[in-house]
Every structure is written in C-alpha cells, then in structure tokens.
Design a protein around this ligand. Structure first.
Ligand SMILES: O=P(O)(O)OP(=O)(O)OP(=O)(O)OC[C@H]1O[C@@H](n2cnc3c(O)ncnc32)[C@H](O)[C@@H]1O
Ligand SMILES: [Mg+2]
Length: 200
C-alpha cells in the first residue's frame, strides 16, 4: 500500500533529495507547499526540536503523517556556527549567496577549516504522535574559500570532501545521497520504520 507522506520543507534542494532518497520505498511524497502549508517558526536551539516543530505543524495542517528535516553546517573554528541558524546566518532566511559569503569571511585567517553538516529528521504519524521517529546524522568535510561545482544547494560549493577530492556541488546527486548527512539519517529512519512494521 502506498503511504501518503507530507514533506515539511520549503527548500527545493531538500525536496529533490528526499524524492530521490524515498523513491525505492512505498511513499507518495507530498511537499507541504503543494498543500499550501506555509513555513513554521524555527525558534529552537537544537536541530531536533526545530524538526519536531516542522513535522507537527505539517501534520496538523494536512491530517497526514509528516517528515521534517532541520539541518545546517557547523564550522569547528567558529564553535559550531552557523549551526542551527545556517539558513538565516546573514540575516535573510534562505539567502544562500550572502550566507556563504559570511561564512567565508568569518573563517578568514583561521587555520582550522574542519566542518560538518548535520541533519535531524523527525517523522510523526499525527501532530500529537507520542512516539515520533527521530534520527540525527553528520557528514564531515572542510570549508574552502573558492566555490566549486554547480550541483546540490546551499553551502555545497564550499563544502569539500577530502576523501573524494571534490566539493559536494561537484558530486552527482546519487553520490551525494549515498554519503550525505541526509542520506545517512534517512536510511536510519527507514530501518526504524521497517522494524516497527515487522512487529505491527
Ligand atoms: O526549513 P525548511 O523549509 O526545510 O528549509 P530551510 O532551507 O530553511 O532548511 P533549514 O531551516 O533546515 O536550514 C538548513 C540550512 O542549511 C543548509 N543545508 C542543509 N543541508 C544542506 C546540504 O545538504 N547542502 C547544502 N546546504 C545545506 C541549507 O541551505 C540551509 O541554509
Ligand atoms: Mg528553515
């Protein structure tokens, strides 16, 4: 049976990646924008809490199960900034060019270029689901001054994976999904769903 699932995100890059990642599974993925569901406030200081707020909101508005992603990039020389504020680091929510520019400026003169992407995923069956599925995963790399590549989204042109010798924006979509913070988190979530289904 195909299960309807609202995707509680308005980020086109995320929506594309989830559609690719969820394609092998039995979900009819409905981005919340298609249902006219607006973005919700993200007032919390942890990725998990923001993801839970997004998932609950989308489920409340749609009456359907919902999946939410709260993610970001954490620079180690900046004590984890921009972190949970990655989307609005430069002020305006979703201004990728300004966010990237601010991150590169903040790292000038810093020797430690280590960073990680983090992705928190929350799936709820209903807005008051007492047992949401919750996972969090990380992807480690380096922040480079010069942008390279035109795939992916957000901070990808500046996020370099030493093992691959490429930025994430230079990876094929399938290659990114196989190793990314989002890909890792989603596979863990699917495993939890499969275990639950086994005992249903
Ligand atoms: O809240 P929604 O509607 O899902 O969309 P958003 O873009 O606001 O998403 P977040 O609040 O989770 O903020 C995530 C930020 O981190 C960036 N980010 C997250 N995952 C990324 C990835 O895989 N590649 C590049 N940037 C990423 C993204 O561009 C945003 O600036
Ligand atoms: Mg957001």
């Amino acid at each position: 049976m195909v299960q309807k699932l609202v995707l509680a995100s308005n980020n086109a890059g995320k929506v594309r990646e989830f559609q690719e990642l969820l394609a092998p599974f039995h979900f009819q993925v409905i981005p919340q924008g298609e249902l006219g569901i607006p973005a919700v406030e993200e007032p919390h200081h942890t990725f998990i809490e923001n993801a839970l707020a997004k998932a609950r909101h989308a489920s409340a508005m749609s009456g359907l199960p919902a999946l939410a992603d709260d993610s970001g990039i954490c620079a180690h020389a900046l004590d984890g900034a921009p972190g949970v504020y990655s989307a609005r680091y430069a002020g305006l929510d979703g201004d990728n060019a300004a966010n990237n520019q601010k991150l590169i400026a903040a790292l000038q003169g810093k020797a430690n270029r280590g960073a990680h992407y983090v992705c928190a995923l929350v799936m709820v069956n209903s807005t008051n689901d007492p047992e949401p599925l919750i996972v969090q995963a990380r992807w480690y790399g380096q922040i480079v001054d010069e942008p390279q590549g035109d795939r992916g989204f957000g901070y990808d042109p500046h996020f370099f994976i030493p093992e691959l010798g490429k930025t994430v924006a230079q990876l094929e979509p399938a290659e990114k999904n196989q190793i990314s913070h989002r890909g890792q988190a989603l596979r863990e979530l699917i495993t939890q769903l499969q275990v639950r289904a086994q005992y249903a």
